[in-house]
Design a protein around this ligand. Structure first.
Ligand SMILES: *Cc1c(COP(=O)(O)O)cnc(C)c1O
Length: 367
């Protein structure tokens, strides 16, 4: 090391300039809060399933690397999630890792990655970290896909990858089939359909996957009750999967994750029951929100609802007051010009949602 060089100078001269300017992904501390900010499932696994999980965990050899043979995991996931038999799967430490791998395997520095905007922030972060050029195509004022602008931008920028989160986070919308098909038809590279929230609307492109040469489907266990284990999968033609698999870090899925997934999938009905419960909670929550003055809520196909308040004072006030009442939601108001005065509310248990509504009403009527 150069003698006497100050650490801060050394860091500034060594770390990439764009990383120095970037803030770490903000995750608020949430101990003891009612967590309605991150689209987790509010339901824990029942005792008898936990017992099954723990019994299987006992059999694991923690001194060994994970097995490289993923054929059992692949077979079970394909079976349980109706994935076309001629597709292959790639597993990631969360779908975040898969998003990295997709971009790394396709993009040289400066190659374009395109997505509607606002959408999942990690598409942009992963593009930036991997030196790709991220192109955002704004949604319409009412937060729908602007298909004309999408087509125009795809033709102009020729993106290697197009990310479509369906349903879209944070807006909750689901793009219509013919628009998505027209994007697939003109895409010069890959289209990644991110179905992180498929369990809450029952609409999926999965059964069409085998007909679509340039489409891969991304899924995660994070929103269906297992956010803590970090597991996602990418489904598609084996030829695509084979290429992307080359840059996967060896042993990226740890033994605990794989075991928990297999144990829980023995009792998959519990995941389905919880997802259906969340879906019906969302419908109730959205009805209650619609009756409140000063709030516009957007139609959602996920386990969250985006709401817009009349003005920024009410939005800020509701966010802060909820927080002082121990309810954590996500403030979206500064994240995008189309999301001014917006909060994103994850769907909780029925009683959590009732408390949320009651608290919002109290805050608004105090004014
Ligand atoms: C939450 C979310 C994910 C999940 O990422 P994980 O790393 O699997 O937790 C992926 N895509 C979208 C659009 C999401 O909202």
């Amino acid at each position: 090391m150069i003698a006497n060089k100050k650490l801060s100078n050394l860091i500034n001269d060594t770390i990439r300039e764009d990383i120095l300017r970037t803030d770490a992904y903000p995750i608020s501390s949430s101990d003891n809060y009612i967590k309605l900010d991150a689209m987790e499932s509010p339901y824990v696994l029942p005792e008898e399933i936990l017992d099954h999980v723990i019994n299987n965990l006992r059999k694991i050899h923690l001194n060994r690397y994970p097995s490289t043979d993923k054929s059992k995991l692949t077979r079970i996931i394909k079976e349980k999630f109706n994935i076309p038999c001629n597709s292959d799967l790639l597993f990631g430490n969360g779908s975040d890792e898969l998003i990295h791998l997709i971009i790394q395997s396709c993009c040289k520095p400066g190659d374009a990655v395109l997505s509607p905007s606002p959408s999942f922030v990690f598409f942009e972060m992963a593009s930036q970290f991997n030196h790709a050029k991220f192109i955002k195509v704004d949604l319409t004022d009412d937060l729908q896909l602007d298909i004309c602008k999408m087509i125009e931008s795809i033709k102009y920028n020729l993106p290697k990858i197009i990310f479509l989160a369906m349903p879209n986070n944070p807006t909750g919308g689901l793009w219509n089939d013919s628009d998505v098909q027209s994007i697939i038809d003109i895409a010069p590279g890959l289209v990644i359909i991110d179905e992180a929230y498929y369990a809450f609307n029952k609409k999926s492109w999965m059964n069409r996957l085998h007909e679509l040469q340039n489409v891969l489907i991304l899924r995660t266990f994070s929103k269906i009750g297992l956010a803590g284990i970090r597991f996602g999968y990418l489904a598609g033609n084996p030829e695509w999967i084979k290429q992307i698999n080359k840059i996967r870090p060896p042993y990226n899925i740890n033994v605990l994750t794989e075991s928990v997934i297999l144990s829980v999938l023995d009792k998959k009905y519990i995941l389905d029951e919880h997802s259906n419960q969340i879906l019906s909670n969302r419908i109730k929550l959205s009805e209650s929100l619609r009756e409140i003055d000063h709030i516009k809520s957007y139609e959602s196909y996920g386990n969250f609802i985006l709401v817009r308040f009349d003005n920024s004072i009410i939005a800020k006030n509701v966010f802060n007051e909820l927080k002082s009442n121990n309810i954590l939601v996500k403030d979206m108001s500064n994240s995008h010009s189309l999301l001014s005065n917006c909060l994103r509310l994850s769907v909780g248990t029925d009683s959590e949602n009732r408390l949320l509504i009651k608290t919002i009403l109290k805050i608004i009527h105090k004014k």
